[in-house]
Design a protein around this ligand. Structure first.
Ligand SMILES: [Zn+2]
Length: 329
């Protein structure tokens, strides 16, 4: 019923002249989502085509031999709305007892394959540094808590920097609260040591507002990706599976909180829109609604911030070579 009502609301809103005022109607890039084996490439393409996202940077959790075929199928079925991010999590990368050689050899192999078979990759998927344990029917996982100087993490970052690509990093500052000071310090060092590279923190890194300010004030090239920082994730946490530390940029009415809105308006280059759909249910349920919530949030920002966060920043950081249009009408 809730879905139905929301559907009606979507139709009414998107068909009315008020849409342009209330919803950002420019180019929207989801800068990090993932495809696993639970959703077919056809299903995924259909849902992308039905949702108002113009481009999706997509990583894969599949057997390496299957990736190219699926990527090409999705590109074809969506009219080229998808760009390839080389997976970083295959080969046991997220498991504690995998050696760094094992983990990063897979990364090098996937990079070589992508180059040799012209997969036109624009970057690499998120590097998992910290990840809370999961106790879910789809994922049983005992968690990992590394840091930026851990061998496998620093090697992976090196591979990506040498390839002249932006580095997407997944840390969980709330779920690993006791280590957050150390991680913040390492991030500042990393950013300042590599002034020509850009680093993007998935899921807002689960930062507190003051920690976001700290990163913005102490670096120029460490940015925030907006995935999993909304009411939906906040509700899901109550079930006690997986991460407990997701932050929420919104108020209960799905408007961006004023302090975050101001931070985005004052630092338009430092935020990048991303949804990070991972599981089949995230693609198949609530995807459209989340896009709409974000189009509304983007419309509440200054012009410069909205187009930058929706499109320009990912276009620059991942060298997408697309046109970022303010108003597609
Ligand atoms: Zn992640």
């Amino acid at each position: 019923m809730r879905q139905l009502l929301f559907g009606l609301l979507v139709i009414i809103l998107t068909c009315s002249p008020a849409y342009a005022n209330n919803f950002f109607n420019g180019t929207l890039v989801d800068a990090h989502s993932q495809k696993g084996a639970l959703i077919s490439s056809q299903q995924l393409s259909e849902v992308i085509n039905k949702t108002d996202v113009d481009f999706t940077l997509l990583s894969f959790r599949l057997k390496p031999g299957k990736i190219k075929e699926e990527l090409l199928a999705i590109k074809q079925e969506t009219g080229n709305k998808v760009r390839y991010l080389i997976p970083t999590k295959l080969g046991g990368y997220m498991r504690k007892n995998t050696s760094s050689e094992e983990a990063n050899n897979r990364l090098k192999f996937l990079k070589k394959t992508a180059q040799e078979s012209n997969m036109n990759y624009v970057g690499f998927g998120e590097i998992i540094v910290q990840h809370a344990p999961h106790n879910h029917s789809k994922l049983k996982y005992d968690g990992i808590n590394l840091d930026l100087s851990s061998k496998r993490v620093s090697e992976a970052i090196d591979i990506i920097i040498k390839d002249n690509k932006s580095v997407i990093i997944h840390v969980e500052l709330n779920d690993y609260e006791t280590d957050s000071k150390k991680i913040l310090k390492q991030l500042v060092t990393l950013g300042n040591k590599n002034p020509d590279s850009n680093f993007l923190l998935m899921h807002m890194a689960q930062v507190k507002f003051s920690e976001a300010e700290f990163i913005i004030n102490n670096t120029k090239n460490i940015h925030f990706m907006t995935s999993h920082a909304d009411n939906e994730m906040k509700l899901k946490m109550k079930k006690g599976r997986g991460q407990q530390g997701w932050i929420n940029l919104f108020d209960k009415d799905n408007n961006l909180q004023k302090k975050w809105r101001n931070l985005m308006n004052n630092n338009p280059k430092r935020f990048v829109f991303a949804l990070d759909n991972v599981w089949d249910v995230q693609w198949l349920r609530g995807y459209k609604e989340r896009v709409l919530i974000w189009r509304k949030a983007l419309a509440s920002l200054d012009d410069e911030a909205s187009i930058s966060i929706a499109c320009r920043n990912s276009n620059e950081y991942f060298k997408l070579g697309i046109e970022c249009i303010r108003d597609r009408n």
